[in-house]
Structure formats: C-alpha cells, structure tokens
Design a protein around this ligand. Structure first.
Ligand code: SF4
Length: 404
C-alpha cells in the first residue's frame, strides 16, 4: 500500500538542462544573437533595393511551383518596390496558401493586461518607467473578475496575458498564479511579458502555458540601444536569445515580431524572416506566429521614424505568407477596421477583438494607463459579423487544455 502511494504521487518529470540559459561563460546565453551580426543591416536594405522586376517574377514562379520553400533572400525580393506591380498576384497566392493550410477561418483572441508597471524605459511606450502615471498590478481577485468580464464579451478561449516588465512584481511566481487563476476560464494561454530563462518557461509550460509572444522591436543593434536605454530590456542579446530559450523549453507556440516604424521596416522584416527560419530549423516541434504591428501614438508622444503605408503592410503580409505557408500571421486592434476587414481574407489567420490595453480594462478600473491607442474599437460580436460577412468562420477555440 505504501509503495503504491509513492508511485501515484511520483514527482513530475525533472527539469532538463538548458543550453540557451545564461551560464558563467555566456552572460546572455546562446542563440540567434550569436549569428545576427553575420548580416549587415545596410547591406540587407541594399539587397531589397536592388531587386528587379525579373527577380520578383522568378521568385513568384518558384513560389507557384511550390516545390521548395522560399529563402529569406527571396523574401527580401518580395517586399521590394519592384514587387509593387505584382501585388495582386501576391495577394492571390497568399490567399491560396492560407486557405490550403487554415481554410476560410480567422482565429480570435483577446488580451488581458495584468500590470502596467515596468522598469524599462522604451522611449516609444506609454508604460515607460519615467511616465509619471500611477501603476496597476492586478490581484488574483481582479484577474478573476477580468476573466468573468471577458467571458461576457464573447466565447473567447484564446487569452493573451500581457504585463510590463517588472520582475519583482510580475515575476514567475506572480505569472504562475495568474495562469492558475485564468485556466478555468480559457483553454489556450499565451503570455507577453519580460523574456525569461528557459527553466522559467519550462516551469510555466507545466502550469498551463501554451504560448509566448515577444517583440524584438527592432533587429538594428545600434538603434535598439537608443530606444531601450535602461532596464533589462536594454540588453539586445538577452532579448534576442529569449526565443531560443522558449524553443529549448518546449513552448508550444512562439510569437515573434518587430515594431514596424522604429527603423526601416524592410530591414526588420528581412531579419524577422531570417530569425524565423533559424528557430524553425532548431525548434521544429514549436509552432510560430509573426505579428506585424505598426507604431501607434502613445502617452510617450513618440512618433514613428519610418512610416509603413497600408499598401506596404499588405505587401509584407503577402510576402510572409508566400515565404512560410504554416506561420500564423496575427493582427491586433492597432489596425483600423477597414484595413483589418480587407486583409483578413488574404493571409491573416488570427486577430484580437474587443481589446482593452490597460489593466482592469474589462471591469473598467478607472484611469489605468493604456499602452497604446486601439484603432479597432468594435465589439467582438461586430468583428465576428465582419468575418462572417466575408464568408469566413471565426474560430474562438483551436486548442483544448486536455492536450497540455
Ligand atoms: S514596451 Fe514593454 S518593456 Fe518597454 S516600457 Fe513598454 S511595457 Fe515596458
């Protein structure tokens, strides 16, 4: 009887050793940061600018043959000015590949901001440490109230938990409690918080975590330093290698992205494509998503350095789909309804709806600080209706917690 009890309560699988975690010989661990400097930023931009109509024709012909995936160098050709005259061809191809993999569906998710406290000083963000606003970190009772308020908005099962980077307030213990609190309400849990050690990701995946989203913001090493002058986020390599740590920890879905507008968007897009391939070749058990947010006005007053037009963002979306048929392409409510409604059938596979970007926003905690202004203020039901009106199905649930 005694030995039976011991068997039934045997401890969970012990934590593996993670190569990507920092150790005494490598302050920020190992990963893509070790190789990114093999590519010159300026040469990457020139590579895009050199592309000709013939190059675009050749790459699209290869994409149509669909025998081998495109390379990041070929992706660079598809986002060039030379590709502008082939935008309709690209849209059709993007739509075809998307329907083959995802059907006529758009997956819906909703963010829950649990804290706007942040030790970083990103010059473009309303949560910037120097911004003299009161900060809010939700208690578990408030998190639970937010869950109930979200469930009243719509049948969401995909929840994105967002926090500023303040490890002493929102560290792994806090996040673990949040995961346990929200788990009864949602099947698919993703976090967008500070980069962590692989061991911490591993621990959270054993507490119900399904996915992690992290934005590198920009892949331009020097510009990154200017935009992130203080806090843990000022360490470019630590952030960049965070994706390798997610992969090593076995995070099911890894979300990547650059904040389009910080630097020349073409450079960040090509680097993002290279980064995606790097991760896919090493952590092939994980699924990936790319997020293509454009800079929006915020309390910081920061104005975008590089403007990406609607047409360019559409071209970039098509290019990503043609480059990778399986990657989830996600659009948030930063984009306006008109643009979201038109792009949703041409390559995008997931969207947020009904978003509040301040902690407690669904329960109307008064005057909490917003991270950025939302452009699409429609209710989830209105977004659902827009999806259906285009002959597509909204997907509220595409994962069950029983798979965890
Ligand atoms: S972008 Fe993120 S890390 Fe930077 S100040 Fe805003 S919340 Fe903090």
């Amino acid at each position: 009887m005694r030995s039976m009890t011991l068997n039934m309560t045997s401890s969970p699988k012990s934590m593996p050793h993670f190569k990507a975690d920092p150790d005494s010989s490598a302050v920020f661990g190992h990963g893509f940061a070790d190789v990114i400097d093999n590519w010159s930023w300026d040469e990457t931009i020139r590579q895009v600018e050199r592309a000709t109509d013939d190059d675009v024709r050749r790459v699209l012909a290869k994409a149509v043959r669909n025998v081998k995936p495109l390379t990041p160098d070929e992706f660079a050709i598809l986002i060039s000015d030379a590709a502008d005259t082939r935008l309709e061809d690209m849209a059709r191809l993007s739509q075809t590949f998307t329907r083959e993999r995802f059907g006529k569906t758009v997956s819906l998710y909703i963010p829950m901001y649990v804290s706007n406290a942040c030790t970083n000083k990103c010059v473009y963000c309303g949560f910037n440490h120097d911004n003299p606003f009161g900060r809010t970190t939700l208690s578990m009772a408030q998190v639970e109230a937010e869950c109930q308020a979200i469930r009243r908005l719509g049948p969401f099962e995909n929840l994105l938990i967002v926090a500023g980077e303040y490890p002493s307030l929102c560290g792994i213990d806090y996040l673990e409690k949040v995961l346990h609190t929200v788990r009864p309400y949602f099947h698919n849990l993703t976090i967008e918080v500070q980069p962590m050690r692989a061991a911490d990701y591993w621990r959270l995946t054993h507490s119900g975590l399904n996915g992690v989203v992290c934005f590198q913001e920009t892949y331009h090493r020097e510009a990154y330093r200017r935009y992130h002058p203080r806090g843990m986020k000022s360490h470019f390599d630590w952030r960049l290698n965070g994706f390798d740590r997610m992969g090593e920890a076995g995070v099911h879905k890894i979300g990547m992205g650059a904040l389009l507008g910080l630097e020349d968007w073409r450079g960040d897009a090509v680097m993002l494509a290279r980064h995606l391939r790097w991760l896919q070749q090493r952590y092939w058990k994980s699924r990936y998503s790319v997020n293509l947010p454009r800079m929006r006005p915020s309390e910081s007053g920061f104005q975008p350095v590089s403007i990406i037009s609607d047409r360019e963002l559409a071209k970039l979306t098509f290019a990503f789909r043609i480059f990778d048929h399986d990657v989830d392409i996600s659009y948030s409510t930063r984009e306006a309804p008109f643009f979201r409604d038109n792009i949703m059938t041409l390559g995008v596979t997931s969207m947020s709806a009904g978003s509040q970007t301040e902690p407690g926003g669904y329960c109307s905690t008064p005057e909490a600080l917003e991270q950025f202004e939302v452009s699409d203020n429609r209710s989830p039901a209105e977004v659902e209706a827009a999806i259906r009106s285009r002959g597509y199905d909204p997907v509220w649930k595409d994962w069950d917690s029983i798979f965890d």
